[in-house]
Ligand binder design. Structure first.
Ligand code: GDP
Length: 418
């Protein structure tokens, strides 16, 4: 079994790598997060931005699961399936875990309220209700997907939750939500999904018993992990491979391959420390060249140089069997490329990732690596990459601590070198 996880701040290109590997998979599972993801897939069917649907959906022979560790905005999921169907992609093989938690309209309202009230200390969430839905799950107020099967009970649950939620919304000047409308919207979407809402454990067990190929698709990256990222500028779940075991319902010892996805440089969406961040013209030039705008929100992404401290931190937590480096083609025109190998904090050099408030004081220590000064978008064999590009990949291996197994030189599935 293979887990594909982010080894930076998210948006590393996990969608592309998952789509590539999913051609050979029997089961593809999204194990955490919600529709705040924006996994971009470019293949023979076109360009797609997937929010909740696993990037394996393009393989008609694979079963795709929105796993028990996710939080699901059912109307949003139905919309995403309709978009795929309208573009000729069959979604009959999609299954939704009946244990996953629902994102309800009040979570979306509370997400926006929370961001507004944090003011300058906002987190930069996508406003999709993911954080509040996970908060309810942990506080034992969550509603699980299976609960839609008992309509009367479900309506009572929603009305009960709205007593406190509406009080908060009104206290801060927002409009209260009507229980009937909230429940109707979810029930209508659930009806559209019908018997695709299932207990996913037998599917996983069956795949294990048949020695099937299972792919676990993470969302966001290690720096946004709830426990190991830059708290509180994190997501409300665990994008690490450890989270994959729990969130997909897979005993950890079955996960034998862990692919850490990194961009050849760094990007971040949302707030929080980002030591190698570029500003001004340097940032604009990299952002424009590399088209770094959020897949879910269209927000310009923060951009910076490769940060080996961050990705080494990810490797220490994930034990990558290999690294997939994406967007190497975006660095083609630089003569020299700054590459962060350590942080200097209060006069001391370190390669360990400290807690958030200390990362905020970290100054990146750069090496200047030679650029290759040419386009590599058309290269079809890794051995044919320019020597400087090979050297750049070697430096990633040395500083992060795991071998580079895949290299992306373009957004298309085919632009992947092994
Ligand atoms: P994810 O959320 O980790 O799947 O990443 P996103 O989809 O948000 O962002 C990655 C972006 O980079 C998408 O627009 C991809 O199409 C694109 N991409 C992925 N790999 C490559 C690559 O090797 N080269 C280029 N040029 N683009 C890539």
């Amino acid at each position: 079994m293979t887990a594909v996880v982010g080894a930076q701040w998210g948006d590393e290109g996990k969608g592309k790598i998952t789509d590539y590997l999913a051609q050979q998979a029997d089961l593809v599972i999204r194990f955490q997060g919600g529709s705040n993801a924006g996994h971009t897939v470019v293949n023979e069917h076109g360009t797609f931005k997937l929010h909740l649907v696993p990037s394996g959906i393009f393989n008609p022979n694979a079963i795709c699961i929105v796993g028990p560790g996710t939080v699901i905005d059912l109307p949003g999921l139905v919309e995403e399936l309709e978009m795929l169907e309208a573009r000729g992609i069959s979604t009959v093989n999609l299954r939704v875990s009946d244990r996953a938690h629902l994102v309800l309209p009040y979570h979306i309202a509370l997400d926006r309220l929370d961001e507004r009230e944090r003011g300058r200390k906002r987190l930069g969430t996508t406003g999709r209700g993911v954080g509040p839905a996970y908060s309810d799950k942990v506080a034992r107020h969550g509603i699980q997907v299976y609960e839609v099967r008992d309509e009367r009970r479900f309506r009572t649950r929603v009305a009960h939750e709205l007593l406190t939620k509406n009080a908060i919304l009104e206290r801060f000047g927002d409009a209260p939500l009507a229980p009937v409308e909230v429940a109707d919207a979810i029930l209508a979407a659930a009806a559209r999904l019908g018997d695709r809402i299932v207990d996913t454990l037998p599917l996983v067990e069956d795949a294990v018993a048949r020695d099937g190929r299972v792919l676990l698709e993470g969302q966001l990256g290690a720096m946004r992990d709830l426990d190991w990222g830059i708290y509180p500028y994190v997501t409300s779940s665990n994008p690490l491979a450890g989270g994959a075991a729990v969130g997909a319902g897979i005993p950890p010892r079955y996960i034998t391959r862990v692919i850490g996805v990194v961009k050849a440089y760094s990007t971040a969406v949302g707030e929080g420390p980002f030591p190698t961040e570029l500003t001004g013209r340097d940032a604009d030039s990299l952002r424009e060249r590399a088209n770094e705008y959020g897949a879910t929100t269209g927000r310009p992404r923060r951009v910076g140089w490769f940060d080996a401290v961050a990705s080494r931190h990810a490797h220490r937590l994930n034990a990558f069997t290999e690294i997939a480096v994406t967007k190497l083609d975006m660095l083609g025109t630089y003569e020299r490329i700054p590459f962060c190998v350590a942080y200097e904090i209060d006069g001391k050099r370190t390669t360990d990732m400290p807690p958030t408030a200390i990362v905020e004081r970290a100054a990146p220590c750069y090496e200047e690596l030679p650029g290759w000064g040419c386009e590599i978008g058309g290269v079809t064999d890794r051995a044919l990459l320019p020597a400087a590009a090979q050297g750049y990949l070697r430096r990633i291996e040395e500083t992060v601590g795991a071998p580079v197994g895949m290299v992306g030189v373009g957004p298309e599935r085919t632009a992947t070198l092994l």
